[in-house]
Design a protein around this ligand. Structure first.
Ligand code: AMP
Ligand code: TRP
Length: 329
């Protein structure tokens, strides 16, 4: 029997997830769980690099786990755990920092954006963040990293770090590959020139837990034509709505609106109604599963603890190999 390849990904516990996280990341995890060894982490150590309230953190971790499970991850098939429960992540990050060029860290788009956003208090964790992410990935001999496009640069740096380490200390790490979906970059509804993101504010995203009324209101207000789009091209907002219709709606509807657009007869209010219908239809069963799971938080914490117990021995084995290669043991 051939050995299964390993897939690893992480999501920050930043409250409830949005449809960008779902389409860009979680959706591609579902088929992977059938033919890969899947390891998914709620990355709490990454989340504390920006201001937060300690009292909220446990609830945010639980929310992220509920989202994963309600979306269809099967804890019998995948290893699901909280990053801080496996101390090898930070231990490996230190060792990797000694082969990571500082100049590479300064080039990272996410760092530049966050440094601008939190310019009054840029902490060191914000810049070393990608090294911790590389440690997450490399600890588990990962082959594929299914993420949204915004994380591609971090995975590329992980590959650089792995290669540099292997060259300096001998073949130790598997060099992982990124895996993207078709909807690798979902744009904001209120400002479709920017990536859909929680930090922009509620009108910019549809949360997986938004109720029907909220979803319809947010999609109805989505920005469509803003002017300045070259003839024959879709404006960013309309392109985003078409993409959402393709993902959440019916193929027949998609084709009908495509024809209407080509013929110049499209009514954006109708396009938006079809998009909202599709999202509501998709999220209703998800939300039902989520509320059922939320009634038993102890069970969810037990799943996460069990996941950490499965992850730890793999991480420990890698650490032993790494320390040996580096001449530390
Ligand atoms: P984060 O919430 O930043 O931890 O992101 C979790 C996952 O969702 C990562 O794989 C991101 O690349 C992905 N993601 C976040 N925002 C978007 C978006 N707007 N479109 C597609 N994927 C996204
Ligand atoms: N940095 C990722 C994000 O913001 C989250 C993350 C942390 C991650 N560690 C990872 C993703 C390892 C993939 C693999 O979305």
């Amino acid at each position: 029997m051939t050995k299964k390849h390993t897939a690893f990904s992480g999501i920050q516990p930043s409250g409830t997830l949005h449809i960008g996280n779902y389409l860009g990341a979680i959706k591609q995890w579902l088929p992977l769980q059938n033919d890969h060894d899947c390891i998914f982490a709620v990355v709490d150590y990454h989340a504390i690099t920006v201001p937060y309230q300690p009292i909220d953190m446990r609830g945010r971790i639980l929310d992220a786990a509920l989202d994963y499970l309600a979306a269809g991850l099967d804890p019998k098939k995948v290893t699901l755990f909280v990053q801080s429960r496996v101390p090898e992540h930070t231990e490996l990050a230190w060792l990797l920092s000694t082969v990571t060029p500082l100049s590479e860290l300064h080039r990272m788009t996410q760092y530049k954006e966050k440094a601008a956003q939190y310019s009054a208090a840029i902490n060191t964790g914000l810049i070393t963040y990608p090294i911790l992410m590389a440690a997450d990935i490399l600890l588990y001999n990962t082959h594929v990293v299914p993420v949204g496009e915004d994380q591609e640069q971090h995975v590329e740096l992980t590959r650089t770090i792995a290669r540099k380490f292997n060259k300096r200390f001998g073949e130790t790490f598997t060099v992982p590959k990124v895996q993207l979906t078709e909807a690798k970059r979902v744009m904001s509804l209120a400002d479709p020139t920017r990536k859909m993101s929680k930090s922009l504010g509620p009108k910019h995203y549809v949360a997986l837990t938004d109720d029907e009324k909220t979803i319809r209101a947010k999609v109805a207000k989505a920005v469509t034509d803003i002017g300045g789009t070259p003839q024959g091209e879709l404006s960013p907002g309309v392109r985003n709505l078409f993409m959402l219709l393709k993902e959440f709606g019916q193929t027949a509807d998609y084709l009908r609106f495509e024809n209407a657009h080509a013929g110049g007869t499209i009514k954006y209010s109708e396009l938006k109604a079809a998009v909202a219908d599709g999202i509501v239809k998709h999220l209703t069963p998800f939300q039902e599963r989520r509320s059922a799971l939320a009634r038993e938080p102890k069970k969810i914490w037990a799943i996460l603890e069990h996941g950490a117990e499965r992850a730890r021995p793999i991480a420990q084995k890698t650490m032993a190999r790494v320390k040996q290669a580096m001449g530390l043991i």
